[in-house]
Unconditional design. Structure first.
Lengths: 701, 389
């Protein structure tokens, strides 16, 4: 450490620090533009001039190493004059369009203009007409560029990419690329470092955001993940050939990676910024690869708190209940998990068919619940959860929404009309489903397609899916619809269900084509039917897959709201009975597996606090290392297409319950991980601090 | 210096470092007032032999073919004398430098080809002008080094202390440009010293027929060609210099701009990290200081003393000579000459762009160009022969 005086203030700084950085780190502001704390200094803008006792002429503080005993003054009339001159010269090439600039209010140049109180009035103006250019993720409005070269240094020195450079044509300088190629063609990695360091509105993010929104806007994959998995981090480990460490990142928040690697609805992928270049990174596919390839190195770092002597009963062994039970056990509580069905898993076990999620995979993953010390009682239905408080300090109800709704249309009570979940459950248990040979499934979500594809596998001769939604609006995952169609499932979108025909046994479904539908204020569907389009879809079996309800009724002893368990406090999982908590589908209706896991984690944390713990269920299992900032250029990077998912041939799929989708190979997984833009690296760059952020600073006189 | 100094190489390699150091300390630093001894003391990573960016295409480049072994000897001698671990030779390009490349290869000296020397990349190095290296080799060979300069693009040697003017015609001189700096002709009488060549090696006369502002403008534009664009003060300052000089020659300038030019010049001459900014600011300051009257004459007097700046010229039809033939009316690209057969032509001074085409075509030589006041002319169309002063 060295000790020096700046403007009469004693400050200490690491040896080797520049006077400028030493001052800034200690809250003393010295104006600067080309300097950025994460980039090498070039001493080009000359705003950071200071006077240093014994050195005579003003010095560039970014080029002056802080040394013991230095006495530095950051202001004098002479320095002010020189700074203002530099700024006037710069402003001669900068348009006065602050009020229409997207950077308004966050612009370093703008605040420097205020601080130094200058304009380019004395200068010959020098505004060039450079057309705006829209890139994926970025906008270049280079007419505002003041050539501070931060972007060039970020691209070259920080990232090692070197796509942006200072160029000269006809005596004019500009920031461009080799041979003035488009960023996409020049090998740009779209990491965003240039936009991050640009002090003015020249290189902008296409999607604007405030500093509060920045992290989520730049890492939409993480922001969109209900459990906020650190996706860029595990992708990086995969790219580096370190699946063990990648798996550790997953286990920090996700107890069932192999399962989610198959059935997650991957909202991360829909948000992935890579999608604006070509296709999103196959994040789910990489997750499945990690779960397959990663070793159990993480286990050694797993949290295991000493016993607290408190007990919890979790009712319902689906993803929400299992997750909550696991983390409560890790926090040292004595946990009992009661599940009505013979095996753990809930919808994973008895809803999602095995061709999407093989049961050996699922069972291997749910084994961690017992390993964590949870007492699992399967085949144990709980009628009145609140009564468990006699035995336990807290109760969590995570019983899901396991009852299929039945539409009140004529014929819905006929023989051969099956609730979708009952059908799937029976199929999973290997029991008689009551299915005939000609099946019509009503509904357009993933459950409908699970039913239809299961029916195909159980030997139905014809299977069709009919739903209200148009083909584009069907809520099922597009790949589900596509694969079902390949397996011979006929799809009748935009149909109203008029009646189920038949005397005693179903003979068909009468449907009409609709132009569209909407819901009125009482949530009744208003259909716009097309007259003369009536038709009958022949069937001996009709399966309802039009929504699900919780299995609990008013007799369970907990207050309900619209049929779901009521929570009595916003942001909390408390039910009407003190000590009884509820989470997951039982509270908010059917959502996704990953949301159930998020709910289970939140519930575990809240119940831990209720039981006297700190509520902290976070774990650090992966190596704590900072990602290197270098990424080097890659020709053709922007055009890299997603590895297509490999499937079993449709013929083979129809004949049994074997898993349809094949895993990514190691090469495939590393390729996909390599397509990641590494948006997280940008967050390592220290954000701009304006002079107003420094204490007690006033603008120059 | 201008002969190949192979003899120096031997002493550069054989003399003990201390002796070497004593011996070469008196060598000049080309372009500076100091001697080599003043820079040998500090630690440096490498000794770099290079041409200054502002003069990389100037005549000193011919040292490479005239005295390749001398340059190498100088480089090696300085390297040994200051104990630098490395030596490096920087060339502006490869073509035309075969003898030097060969000599460097023989002495195992690494060579870099750069059209622009990035001074920042060499901030821990001792960068020396090729002429300094040649001077070192002269000392080693036992010859007192002379000072190279370029006259008419050709490299000549001037003995220190001898007047530099002996190589130039002394008549009809308005100024002398040395490098990018403009001096009054009195400089020709000054004894030659290396510091005179701080902004370049060329000695060029500026005759009384030339406009000093135009000459300075051209010099600034040459330097703008060379500017690398990194330093704000150089990049933007040179732009302003160019615009200011242009404004003066185009009669679009105010006196306040000279103060601005002086302010930028003073800031840049202190701040410049390489020779381009130094040369441009010296150019500006030397014109402001030595030729202020000529600048003011343009701005305040609305007159270019040499008559070179078209913007100040005015064309008029001498009413006594014009025969009313109308040839000028046809030739004027701006259609700003009024007239009729047998009438005296009249030039609309406000619309005239001073292209001079009318004067070229007039069979009577009646159209005149002047920097001065225009004499009394007809105010409306007047028949040939009817005009009276």
């Amino acid at each position: 450490m060295v000790s020096l005086t700046i403007d009469g203030k004693q400050i200490r700084a690491e040896k080797g620090t520049s006077v400028l950085e030493a001052a800034l780190q200690n809250g003393v502001y010295i104006p600067h533009l080309c300097h950025h704390p994460d980039l090498p200094d070039i001493g080009a803008c000359r705003l950071c001039l200071v006077e240093c006792e014994g050195l005579g002429a003003p010095q560039l503080s970014c080029q002056l190493e802080a040394q013991d005993g230095m006495n530095v003054r950051t202001r004098s009339p002479g320095i002010d004059r020189l700074r203002r001159l530099s700024m006037e010269l710069l402003l001669a090439r900068h348009p006065e369009d602050c009020s229409t600039c997207l950077k308004y209010g966050q612009c370093e140049l703008q605040t420097l203009i205020q601080y130094l109180n200058v304009s380019a009035a004395r200068m010959h103006r020098h505004i060039r007409s450079i057309p705006k250019r829209a890139y994926p993720l970025f906008r270049h409005e280079m007419v505002r560029c003041v050539l501070c070269l931060r972007c060039v240094r970020a691209c070259e020195d920080l990232r090692g990419v070197g796509v942006l450079q200072l160029r000269k044509a006809d005596l004019e300088f500009y920031i461009g690329t080799v041979r003035d190629k488009l960023l996409q063609d020049a090998g740009c990695r779209f990491c965003g470092a240039c936009a991050e360091v640009c002090p003015t509105g020249a290189i902008l993010d296409a999607a604007g955001f405030t500093s509060a929104e920045k992290n989520d806007a730049l890492l939409p994959c993480v922001a969109n993940c209900p459990i906020r998995l650190d996706i860029p981090r595990y992708l990086r480990f995969v790219r580096e050939g370190r699946p063990d460490d990648a798996l550790a990142v997953l286990y920090e928040k996700l107890p069932f990676p192999a399962t989610l690697g198959r059935v997650c609805n991957h909202r991360c992928e829909s948000a992935c910024r890579r999608g604006q270049l070509t296709d999103p990174v196959s994040i789910r596919g990489v997750k499945r690869y990690i779960a397959d390839a990663g070793g159990a190195k993480w286990k050694s770092k797993e949290r295991k708190s000493p016993p607290t002597g408190r007990s919890v009963c979790v009712v319902g062994g689906g993803p929400a209940g299992m997750t909550a039970a696991l983390y409560l056990a890790k926090k040292g509580h004595r946990v009992t998990l009661k599940e009505a069905m013979p095996k753990l898993g809930g919808m994973l076990q008895y809803g999602i068919p095995p061709y999407r999620l093989p049961r050996d995979i699922l069972d291997a993953e749910t084994a961690c619940i017992r390993e964590a010390g949870v007492t699992v009682e399967c085949g144990c239905a709980v009628e009145r959860p609140a009564a468990l408080l006699a035995e336990y300090d807290a109760v969590l109800v995570a019983t899901g929404a396991g009852k299929s709704a039945r539409l009140p249309i004529p014929g819905s009570g006929l023989d051969g009309v099956l609730p979708g979940l009952d059908f799937l459950r029976n199929a999973a248990l290997g029991e008689e489903t009551g299915m005939g040979k000609k099946v019509v499934v009503l509904g357009g979500g993933n459950v409908a397609f699970d039913c239809a594809r299961t029916a195909v596998r159980l030997g139905a001769l014809s299977v069709s899916v009919a739903c209200l939604e148009s083909r584009e609006e069907m809520p099922a995952d597009p790949e589900e619809i596509e694969q079902a169609a390949e397996e011979g499932v006929a799809i009748y979108p935009s149909r109203s269900f008029e009646a189920i025909c038949g005397e005693k046994r179903v003979t068909g479904v009468r449907v009409m084509t609709i132009r569209g539908f909407r819901f009125d204020e009482n949530r009744n569907a208003i259909l716009e039917k097309i007259s003369g389009t009536e038709e009958v879809l022949e069937a001996d079996t009709v399966i309802f897959a039009v929504g699900q309800r919780p299995s609990y009724g008013p007799e369970c002893g907990l207050e309900l709201k619209n049929g779901y368990i009521a929570l009595i406090e916003p942001g909390s999982m408390k039910t009407s009975v003190q000590g009884v908590f509820a989470c997951g589908d039982a509270v908010y209706g059917t959502r996704s597996v990953i949301e159930a896991i998020a709910a289970g984690r939140e519930a575990a944390s809240e119940i831990d606090v209720f039981l006297g713990g700190d509520g902290d269920i976070s774990e650090t299992l992966s190596p704590e290392e900072r990602a290197g900032p270098k990424i080097s250029p890659a020709e053709g990077f922007s055009g890299l297409k997603r590895v297509p998912e490999r499937l079993l041939p449709a013929e083979d799929r129809r004949s049994g319950f074997a898993e349809c989708a094949c895993a990514l190979t190691e090469d495939g997984a590393r390729f996909e991980a390599g397509r990641c833009l590494q948006c997280d690296l940008r967050l390592q760059i220290r954000p701009a601090r304006l002079w107003t952020d420094y204490e007690g600073k006033e603008a120059a006189p | 210096m201008l002969g190949d100094n192979t003899a120096a190489l031997e002493s550069a390699l054989s003399l003990p470092a201390e002796t070497l150091r004593e011996k070469i300390s008196s060598a000049y630093l080309y372009g500076a007032e100091a001697t080599l001894g003043s820079v040998l003391g500090g630690r440096c990573r490498a000794v770099v032999g290079a041409l200054p960016n502002a003069d990389a295409d100037g005549a000193p480049a011919t040292l490479a073919s005239l005295n390749p072994h001398g340059l190498i000897a100088g480089l090696l001698a300085v390297k040994r004398a200051c104990g630098a671990p490395e030596a490096l030779l920087v060339l502006p390009r490869e073509e035309g430098f075969a003898p030097l490349l060969q000599a460097a290869a023989q002495a195992d000296i690494p060579v870099e080809v750069r059209d622009f020397l990035d001074v920042r990349a060499h901030k821990d190095d001792l960068v020396l002008h090729w002429a300094t290296l040649a001077a070192v080799s002269d000392i080693l060979a036992g010859n007192p080094p002379e000072i190279p300069a370029a006259v008419g693009g050709r490299l000549v040697e001037i003995a220190p202390g001898k007047a530099i003017g002996s190589n130039l015609p002394a008549e009809n001189l308005k100024a002398v440009r040395i490098g990018s700096t403009f001096y009054t002709p009195a400089v020709l009488g000054e004894p030659a010293r290396p510091g005179l060549f701080a902004t370049g090696s060329a000695i060029e006369p500026v005759s009384n027929d030339a406009c000093i502002v135009q000459a300075a403008f051209e010099q600034v534009m040459k330097l703008r060609q060379k500017c690398c664009g990194k330093c704000v003060l150089c990049r933007e300052g040179l732009f302003q210099f160019g615009e200011i000089f242009r404004g003066v020659t185009e009669a679009k300038s105010a006196l306040s701009e000279l103060a601005l030019a002086g302010e930028i010049g003073a800031a840049l001459i202190d701040a410049a990290v390489c020779s381009v900014g130094k040369a441009a600011s010296s150019c500006m300051l030397s014109v402001l200081e030595g030729f202020g009257e000529e600048l003011k004459s343009h701005i305040q007097g609305k007159k270019c003393p040499s008559g070179r700046c078209q913007a100040f010229a005015r064309y008029y039809v001498n009413p006594m000579k014009c025969r009313g033939c109308g040839v000028c009316i046809e030739a004027c690209p701006e259609n700003c000459i009024e007239g009729a057969p047998g009438y005296i032509s009249m030039i609309d001074d406000a619309a005239c762009t001073k292209c001079g085409k009318c004067a070229e075509v007039c069979p009577e030589g009646a159209i005149a160009r002047t920097q001065n006041r225009i004499p009394n002319l007809p105010r409306r169309l007047t028949k040939v022969g009817r005009f009276r002063r």
